[in-house]
Design a protein around this ligand. Structure first.
Ligand code: SAM
Length: 261
């Protein structure tokens, strides 16, 4: 494949992203650890803490890939349920928890299902894998308490459509959270980060996954993604209230949040 990064049309983008994640699915989790030096785990923990999961919750993790965010949500809920049982509050646990992992790429979902089994979540009826597009979700209006998207919205063709869908499927009071690689504006750190992303990441991609182009594409897609303030205003335009964001590691990643009121 030859990627004309800057000239890629919107229609082609979807197909291109599909190719990228099919080719990286098997090495995806290892590469995440390598490239973020393990930090993506802490960032995902933070995202899930901000969601405040609860037993009986209906949660949708979009672009859920190999399940990292969904596993954390469900494990968090399982811990709360265990404590509630110990303390005799089983009445609070009657509503069924449903955590949906939605991704456009079946290969990523298949890797995720295997990982769920390894984590002891393979038999969990609360974990539901759905092949689907962030821009046209198959879920009902007002059906979800929470919506997360981690390192995913950067890849969708029309960000506005994905945000509109997030708003549609959430209940009133439902929370939207987005974890995404963002923009570093701190002098010197910015130059170092540029060097890291343009030189080191494609080289590691070549070495570990034998695929420089896919990782080159990922770096380009970070640069094209709207800066923090602009993305926050897009979330507001979709209808969300109390829109905020938090930079982590100087803006290497940002967590944007909003409520449907
Ligand atoms: N959320 C996971 C994580 O944090 O480890 C996976 C992130 S991975 C970088 C991006 C994922 O977005 C891929 O699994 C890809 O298949 C998915 N994706 C890309 N475009 C999508 C779309 N339009 N709808 C749903 N998923 C999409």
């Amino acid at each position: 494949t030859s990627f004309g990064f800057k000239e890629v049309s919107e229609d082609e983008k979807g197909k291109l992203v599909g190719n990228v994640f099919s080719s990286v699915a098997s090495s995806y989790d290892l590469m995440n650890d390598l490239m973020s030096v393990g930090l993506h785990r802490l960032w995902k923990d933070r995202l899930v803490n901000q969601m405040h999961p609860f037993p009986g919750m209906k949660h949708l993790d979009v672009a859920g890939g190999t399940g990292d965010v969904a596993f954390r949500i469900l494990e968090n809920i399982n811990n709360i349920s265990r404590r509630a049982l110990q303390e005799g509050f089983e009445d609070d646990l009657k509503a069924e928890t449903q955590v949906y992992v939605c991704d456009i790429n079946p290969k990523m979902l298949n890797v995720g299902k295997k990982r769920a089994a390894e984590r002891g979540l393979g038999e969990s009826r609360s974990l539901i894998w759905v092949e689907g597009d962030a821009e046209a979700l198959s879920f009902e209006d007002g059906s979800m308490d929470g919506y997360t998207i981690a390192f995913g919205i950067r890849n969708v063709t029309h960000i506005e459509k994905a945000l509109a869908e997030a708003y549609r499927v959430l209940k009133r009071g439902g929370r939207f959270l987005c974890l995404e690689l963002s923009h570093v504006e701190i002098p010197i750190f910015k130059e170092l980060y540029d060097y890291y992303s343009f030189s080191v990441i494609p080289a590691v991609g070549q070495l570990v996954a034998n695929d420089r182009e896919s990782y080159q594409y990922l770096v380009e897609s970070i640069r094209r993604f709207p800066p923090q303030e602009k993305f926050a205003s897009m979330i507001k335009d979709a209808g969300f209230k109390k829109v905020e964001y938090e930079n982590l590691v100087g803006g290497v990643v940002a967590i944007h949040s909003g409520l449907k009121l």
